[in-house]
Design a protein around this ligand. Structure first.
Ligand code: NAD
Ligand code: ZN
Ligand code: ZN
Length: 381
């Protein structure tokens, strides 16, 4: 390819400072260094976490350096590879990942966790292994969100943070497996280990929550209660398998009391997919004593939750999940297969498709509750 070894000039949505809309800019994307892959990003979802880092940074989220290119739920095509990259070639279809999988460390070799720490500190700080980013704009370094930065037509990521996927996968659909759908689905399947004939409650019916509903349904749960303050989400939740949908605003008592009453003692599994400590507590208190499990998938980095120790002592389990427990590089291609084999829904999550220039509209749709997932086409002008 003519671009190999050269800087690529392309368009990206740059976040210059927290709390301000993204700006479409011309950026320079440097060639990949050792163990790095440069990707032509074809499609990216817009996740709640992108919005949170822009508008909640320093509040619910830790401070990240700006300027920054957000985006972490994407799919694309390998443009070129740096030295010592053995698993990828130009033209491969890939999903970049915010969670690495090196395949060699103690954590990658253990079935107990998916928390590989390869390049972790740098990825959290918005840079790659050598401590710098590959993206710059107007002569200034632009940080890479979680080491990914998919709101750019090209990006460079570590080769331990890329999943190679089958060549017939539609990139504008499977991009959703880069974050939200995998997280919610895995929260039910891997973290919760939801069982057949069980009762479940899913708090928050955005993409993560709907994917959790889908996971509960695949696990053949008997009852799946969807909880959201936006009743517009209920129809879709029923399509995904929710048996009941409830709105906390329709009740004068706390929602956990409603769930406990409806289920004669609480649900076997509660999944929190909002990202609020108060709702995490409500989810925990919705579970049945003796064996109820509450899984936290919603994201906050600075807040703390408090729970009743007595309720914990009565045999409940409280756990959190990052990327749904999937071992990213290894498991994402299998999730793509599941989608291609019609075992897993993706199309139903997509409520809008927009070109990169309209990315701020995607944030507006997310915040107003009008979208589940907007997919941004990076290569359309
Ligand atoms: P979203 O904004 O699409 O959905 C959130 C839903 O929660 C909305 O439908 C909203 O109406 C609902 N909600 C808000 N307040 C509520 C309340 N008080 N009670 C019930 N429902 C309420 O967001 P999303 O993209 O689905 O992400 C959900 C959460 O998951 C976010 O916190 C996100 O940061 C987090 N997340 C975590 C991981 C992970 O690895 N753990 C990965 C991706 C996203
Ligand atoms: Zn996300
Ligand atoms: Zn590892």
């Amino acid at each position: 390819m003519a671009t190999v070894g050269k800087v690529i000039t392309c368009k990206a949505a740059v976040a210059w400072e927290p709390g301000k809309p993204l700006c479409i800019e011309e950026v320079e994307v440097a060639p990949p260094k050792a163990h790095e892959v440069r990707i032509k990003v074809v499609a990216t979802g817009v996740c709640h976490t992108d919005w949170e880092y822009l508008f909640e940074t320093g509040k619910g989220m830790k401070f990240r350096p700006f300027p920054l290119v957000l985006g972490h739920e994407a799919a694309g095509i390998v443009e070129s590879t740096g030295p010592e990259v053995t698993r990828f070639s130009p033209g491969d279809k890939v999903i970049p990942l915010f969670l690495p999988y090196c395949g060699e460390c103690e954590r990658c070799l253990s079935p107990k966790t998916n928390h590989c720490k390869k390049n972790w500190t740098n990825m959290q700080a918005g840079v790659l292994a050598d401590g710098t980013s590959r993206i710059s704009c107007k002569g200034q370094q632009v940080y890479q969100f979680l080491g990914v930065s998919s709101f750019s037509q090209y990006t460079v990521v570590p080769d331990t943070s890329v999943a190679k996927i089958r060549s017939d996968a539609p990139l504008d659909k499977v991009c959703l497996l880069g974050c939200g759908v995998s997280t919610g689905y895995g929260a039910a399947i891997n973290a919760g280990k939801v069982e057949k004939d069980s009762s479940c409650a899913v708090f928050g019916l955005g993409a993560v929550g709907l994917a959790a509903v889908m996971g509960c349904k695949v696990a053949m749960a008997r009852r799946i209660i969807g909880v959201d303050i936006n009743p517009d989400k209920f129809e879709k939740a029923r399509q995904f398998g929710a048996t009941d949908c409830i709105n906390p605003r329709d009740y004068s008592k706390p929602i956990q009391e409603v769930v406990v009453e409806k289920t004669g003692g609480g649900v076997d599994y509660a999944l929190e997919c909002v990202g609020s400590p108060a709702i995490m507590n409500a989810a925990f208190e919705s579970t049945r004593d003796a064996w109820g499990t509450c899984v936290i998938a919603g994201w906050t980095e600075t807040e703390v939750m408090s729970i009743s120790v007595e309720k914990l002592l009565m045999g409940r389990t409280l756990k959190g999940t990052y990327f749904g427990g999937w071992k990213s590089v290894k498991d994402v291609p299998k999730l793509v297969d599941d989608y291609m084999n019609h075992k897993l829904k993706l199309d139903e999550f997509i409520t809008e498709k927009l070109p990169l220039v309209q990315i701020n509209k995607a944030f507006d749709l997310l915040k107003s509750g009008k979208s589940i997932r907007t997919v941004i086409s990076l290569q359309d002008s």
